[in-house]
Design a protein around this ligand. Sequence first.
Ligand code: GTA
Length: 150
Amino acid sequence: MASLFKEQAKLSAYRDRRFSGTQEEFDEALRASTTVYIGNVSFYTTEEQLYELFSRAGEIKKIIMGLDKNTKTPCGFCFVLFYSREDTEDAVKYISGTILDDRPIRVDFDWGFQEGRQWGRGRSGGQVRDEYRTDYDPARGGYGKLVQKE
Ligand code: GTA
């Protein structure tokens, strides 16, 4: 029962394998942070569109687009940095699932932006998840990278 409660209280299902601290430190960072991660974004969605949408939750300090580390072009995610924790929570609560460029975006609490985190970590330069998917997704580069290689 106690572990079930702990599971439900988790702020994010995602654990950054490059976070160097303990799970407790990671959870604490998620609780205090004013940064959100946005996933399932079209490669064609612009920073201006994201700015307009996320301004509804509150004043934005900065948007950092996720980029393919080889092509340096948007690869389907971004970080939005707010000034206040309340606005950060509102972004997760009210904007996650919103349709942007025909796709439901996912807004997730993030432990905090650090230089280097803007790059896709997949072997081909983009996001890891785009290497493994097998569907055809024209707004995210067509087929997944591994399928394209076959
Ligand atoms: N806060 O959900 C997130 C999130 N994601 C998915 C990425 N980032 C996130 N941050 C938050 N919440 O800074 C951040 C990363 C990094 C940047 C780019 O975005 O912290 P990435 O997406 O390229 O790489 O990161 P990441 O996150 O290290 O990928 P990971 O965790 O290995 O894999 C993500 C997904 O890929 C898995 O959940 C799974 O769906 C798929 N996948 C991975 N390996 C396999 C496999 N072997 N087989 C099938 N699917 C796989």
